[in-house]
Design a protein around this ligand. Structure first.
Ligand code: TYC
Length: 102
């Protein structure tokens, strides 16, 4: 019956809500132009890192081409990417920030 089908769907939805959210890494990519100090400030401001940790992440990006700043649920990761890109563009820097499923 329709009621039995609805009950099955509700149970499935409840079970899905109990699953942990999919997590997404937010990565910075290296480029030749964005100042190191600007990248360190971005990591401190948007990823809640202290200056030492932010500097280590920036240097890893500079050496390896990319580096992880944090891991978040999808909507939070997406918002951080947009905020970082907006800040960088306003400052005239080509810094790239992307997310990928962890
Ligand atoms: N490579 C840049 C420079 O030498 C620094 C830099 C680091 C740029 C990290 C982007 O995500 C980045 N000024």
């Amino acid at each position: 019956t329709k009621d039995q089908n609805d009950t099955v769907i509700e149970r499935t939805e409840q079970q899905q809500k109990l699953q942990p959210p999919r997590m997404y890494q937010v990565l910075l990519l290296n480029d030749d132009y964005t100042p190191m100090e600007f990248v360190v400030s971005i990591i401190q401001e948007y990823f809640n890192k202290d200056r030492e940790t932010a500097t280590q992440i920036m240097l890893k990006v500079h050496r390896d081409g990319k580096g992880m700043c944090g891991v978040y649920p999808k909507d939070i990761a997406s918002t951080k990417v947009e905020l970082v890109l907006t800040h960088a563009r306003k400052a005239g820097h080509p810094l790239q920030c992307v997310m990928e499923e962890a």
